[in-house]
Design a protein around this ligand. Structure first.
Ligand code: KIV
Length: 271
């Protein structure tokens, strides 16, 4: 299917109408100007400045260490590149949980200092108060249920969530709560495909899945995973469209060889 590039700017309303028309939503992460430019020009509907920057950009083991200032820096770089995509920015760990006033302040900083179009946060009933408060400022909020990496030390693993009925039931209830609270969309991460399909059908707002099967209203992947820049992280839900790590390594090796062998720069590559 060809992507409609005539739409000037993707908004929450565009996503809503895509759900109504049955057009799938494409979302990818980006954290810097160069990558965001490619993703935007490639026709992706939503760019997520994810706190996965903590892993893929900064090399941390979890998403917990990244700060609000660092997320704003990434978001500013992305926004400078983007013409069409909607840009959503993750509220990092410790900037919204258990304190709706802080959640509002953090979201306002992201919107004001980066120029982003919406924020995303993780959790269900525990964060509904924060979501409602952020919405009072007119800031669109994307929810995130299922595997929520900011709670890794509570879960203990990155395994599939909501396989047991009790957790699946909480997820169904939370999804409705977040919709009622006013979220414009929900990310569903690493849950059984049948549950993601059921939840997606039960909501009027779009769901965007990662490792949640094909029944969600859209898909999201971390850009480093889908272009093969992550060397060792190859879970089954990721489709690698390139092997960038290997390709870049060969390029770097060739550069080193050319420098050492006095092949670079050539006569044509100097003034
Ligand atoms: O931070 C991130 O990249 C995310 C996606 C995995 C949905 O939250």
């Amino acid at each position: 299917m060809s992507v409609n590039k005539e739409i000037k700017r993707i908004t929450t309303q565009t996503l809503q109408s895509m759900k109504q028309k049955g057009e799938k939503i494409s979302m990818l992460t980006a954290y810097d100007y160069s990558m965001a430019r490619i993703v935007d020009e490639g026709g992706v509907d939503v760019i997520l400045v994810g706190d996965s920057a903590s892993n893929v950009m900064a090399g941390h083991e979890t998403t917990l260490p990244i700060t609000l200032d660092q997320m704003i820096y990434h978001a500013q770089s992305v926004i400078r590149a983007v013409k069409r995509s909607m840009v959503v920015v993750d509220l990092p760990f410790g900037t919204y949980q258990g304190n709706s006033e802080l959640a509002l302040k953090s979201s306002i900083r992201i919107m004001k200092e980066s120029g982003a179009h919406a924020v995303k946060l993780e959790g269900g009933s525990e964060v509904v108060e924060s979501i409602s408060r952020i919405l009072t400022a007119g800031i669109p909020v994307m929810g995130h249920l299922g595997l929520t990496p900011q709670s890794i030390y509570k879960f203990g693993t990155y395994n599939v969530r909501a396989k047991e009925e009790a957790e699946a039931q909480k997820l169904r209830t939370d999804a409705l709560l977040l919709q009622e609270a006013g979220c414009f969309a929900l990310v569903l991460e690493k849950i059984p495909a049948h549950l993601a399909t059921e939840v997606s059908k039960s909501l009027f707002i779009p769901t965007i899945g990662i490792g949640a099967g094909g029944g969600t209203d859209g898909q999201v992947l971390v850009i480093h995973d889908m272009v093969g820049l992550s060397k060792d992280f190859q879970p089954r839900f990721v489709r690698r469209y390139l092997e960038t790590y290997e390709m870049m390594k060969v390029a770097v090796e060739n550069y080193v060889k050319d420098v050492k062998g006095l092949d670079f720069p050539s006569d044509k590559e100097q003034y």
